[in-house]
Ligand binder design. Structure first.
Ligand code: ZN
Length: 451
C-alpha cells in the first residue's frame, strides 16, 4: 500500500556491501544514484543489458514478448487518458468551461456550501466518466489475456463502489480544505495538514474493517500446518501475527498477491486464495516473509508520515497558486471565500496528485526492496525467493523488464528483474542476523511456537 532510491537499487547496493540500509545518509546516496542512473547513458545501457540477460535466464522469450505487448498497450491507454483529463481541466480553468464556477454559484442561489458541493461533485463525476471507458477497455484487455474472469457486471459493481467511496472522501476533504482556506488565511495549511492527517490515520485503521470487505470476503487460513509455520516465522521475527486472513480474490482474477494493512488492533496480513491454492507452502511462506518485512519495518507508519509531509508541501504550493488567483481574478473569482474558487482548486489537486506519483513511487520502491531484504534475512533462502518471484511474475503477466523511465515514473515496486537480481546478489554470510535464522520455521511443518 504505501508507501529513497530510484528503484530500490540502494538497498541492493547496501546488501552487496553487507550492511542493512538505514535512513541516515540515504538521501545523499540516492541523489548520487539518481544522477548516475538517469543522466549517464552508459550506466543505463550496461544495467539494461545486465537485467535483460538475467530475465532471459528465468523467463522464456514468448512470456517476455507477451508481457511487453500487454503492458505497452496499457501504457498507451494511460497516456491517452491522462492527455484527455488534463485537456478537460485546462478547458475548465482557462477555456470554454471557465464560467462553470460562476454558473454553479448562480444555480445554488447564494448558498456557498451548496455551490461548492455542486462544483466539486460535478467535476468529480465528469472526471470519473472520462476515465470509465478506459477502465472498461483495460478490463477487456486483461480478460483477453486470461488475467481476469469476472463478469462486466461484477467489474462495474466494483467500479461503482470505489466511485462512491472515493467521491465521499473527495467531497468531505474538499469542503474542509476550501472552508479552512476561506476562514484561516494564515494558518490554514497547518490546520488542514493536522486534520487531514488525522483523517488519514483513522481511515488506515478502519479500512480493513470498512473498505476491504466491500470487495473481498475473508476467511482464516484452513491449512493449519501452514498457519503454524507462518505464525512461527512471525514469532521468530519478533512479531505476533494473530491475524492471517485469506481473501477470495479468485472470484475476479487469477492474480497472485498478498498485503499487509491496518494499524494496531486492525493490523493483519492478507493472502490471496490464488496464492494459497497455486503455490507451495514454501513459496507462500516466502511471500508472507515479505509482508512481515513491511510489518517489522513499520512501513505503514512510515508511509503515513511521508504522506502527511507530502500533503503539507502540496498545501503550501496550492496556497501560493490560489492566492495569486484571488489577487489577479480568474473567471470572476473575487475572494478567498468565493465558492467558484473550487474549480481551480480541484484542478490544482489533480495536478498535484499526478506530480506526487513520482516521489511516492520512489519511496514505495525503497520500502518494497527493504521488505524483500527482510524476507531474505528471515529465510536465508534466496533460491526459493527467486523461484517464487518468477512464478508470481508468470501468473500475473508482470512487466519484468520495463524501460528505465516507465519504472521510475509508474512502478511502486522494483521491477521483477531487479528483485531477482537482489536475491541473487544476497549473501547470507554477510547478513546482520544468523544466516536464515527463521529457516527452521520455513522448512518445518510443525515448528515450536515461541511464547
Ligand atoms: Zn510489499
Amino acid at each position: 500500500m504505501i508507501r529513497w532510491s530510484l528503484d530500490g537499487s540502494t538497498t541492493e547496493r547496501w546488501i552487496a556491501v553487507g550492511k542493512r540500509p538505514g535512513w541516515p545518509g540515504k538521501a545523499g546516496l540516492n541523489c548520487f544514484l539518481l544522477a548516475a542512473t538517469v543522466f549517464a547513458p552508459a550506466v543505463l545501457a550496461t544495467e539494461a543489458e545486465e537485467l535483460a540477460v538475467l530475465a532471459s535466464r528465468h523467463f522464456d522469450p514468448d512470456f517476455l514478448s507477451r508481457s511487453a505487448e500487454y503492458h505497452q498497450y496499457r501504457l498507451q491507454l494511460f497516456l491517452l487518458q491522462t492527455t484527455l483529463l488534463l485537456s478537460f481541466l485546462l478547458l475548465l480553468v482557462r477555456g470554454t468551461l471557465g464560467q462553470w464556477g460562476r454558473k454553479a454559484v448562480e444555480i445554488a442561489g447564494g448558498r456557498p456550501w451548496l455551490a461548492r458541493v455542486l462544483i466539486l461533485g460535478s467535476i468529480y463525476v465528469a472526471l470519473a466518466l472520462l476515465r470509465l471507458p478506459f477502465s472498461v477497455v483495460r478490463y477487456h484487455h486483461a480478460l483477453s489475456y486470461g488475467l481476469r474472469h469476472d463478469t462486466l457486471q461484477l467489474y462495474l459493481t466494483d467500479w461503482t463502489k470505489s466511485f462512491l467511496v472515493t467521491g465521499s472522501m473527495v467531497l468531505i476533504v474538499g469542503l474542509l480544505l476550501l472552508g479552512l482556506f476561506a476562514l484561516f488565511p494564515r494558518a490554514w495549511t497547518v490546520i488542514a495538514t493536522v486534520v487531514t492527517g488525522l483523517l488519514a490515520v483513522v481511515l488506515t485503521i478502519l479500512a480493513p474493517l470498512l473498505i476491504d470487505p466491500l470487495y473481498y470476503q475473508f476467511r482464516p487460513l484452513d491449512n493449519k500446518a501452514l498457519e503454524n509455520r507462518l505464525v512461527a516465522m512471525a514469532s521468530c521475527a519478533g512479531l505476533v501475527a494473530d491475524k492471517v486472513l485469506v481473501a477470495n480474490a479468485s472470484r475476479r482474477s487469477s492474480s497472485v498477491n498478498a498485503y499487509f494493512t491496518g494499524i494496531g488492533a486492525t493490523r493483519r496480513i492478507v493472502l490471496y486464495d490464488n496464492l494459497i491454492e497455486k503455490f507451495s507452502d514454501e513459496e507462500v511462506a516466502m511471500v508472507f516473509a515479505h509482508e512481515l518485512g513491511h510489518w517489522k519495518g513499520n512501513h505503514i507508519r512510515q508511509g503515513l508520515s511521508f504522506g502527511i509531509l507530502g500533503l503539507f508541501i502540496g498545501l503550501v504550493f496550492a496556497d501560493r497558486l490560489l492566492r495569486r488567483l484571488v489577487d489577479r481574478p480568474l473567471n470572476g473569482i473575487r475572494s478567498r471565500g468565493d465558492p467558484a474558487l473550487a474549480v481551480p482548486a480541484y484542478a490544482i489537486y489533480v495536478l498535484l496528485m499526478f506530480v506526487a506519483l513520482v516521489p511516492s513511487n520512489m519511496i514505495s520502491r525503497q520500502v518494497e526492496a527493504e521488505a524483500d531484504w527482510t524476507a531474505l534475512e528471515l529465510t536465508g533462502d534466496p533460491r526459493t525467493f527467486v523461484e517464487t518471484r518468477v512464478r508470481i511474475s508468470q501468473s500475473n503477466l508482470s512487466n519484468v523488464l520495463p524501460s528505465k523511465w516507465v519504472e521510475f515514473l509508474f512502478f511502486g515496486h522494483p521491477s521483477p528483474a531487479r528483485r531477482i537480481r537482489m536475491a541473487e546478489n544476497y549473501d547470507p554470510l554477510r547478513s546482520e542476523l544468523p544466516a536464515g535464522h527463521c529457516q527452521e520455521s520455513l522448512n518445518s511443518p510443525f515448528p515450536r511456537i515461541a511464547s
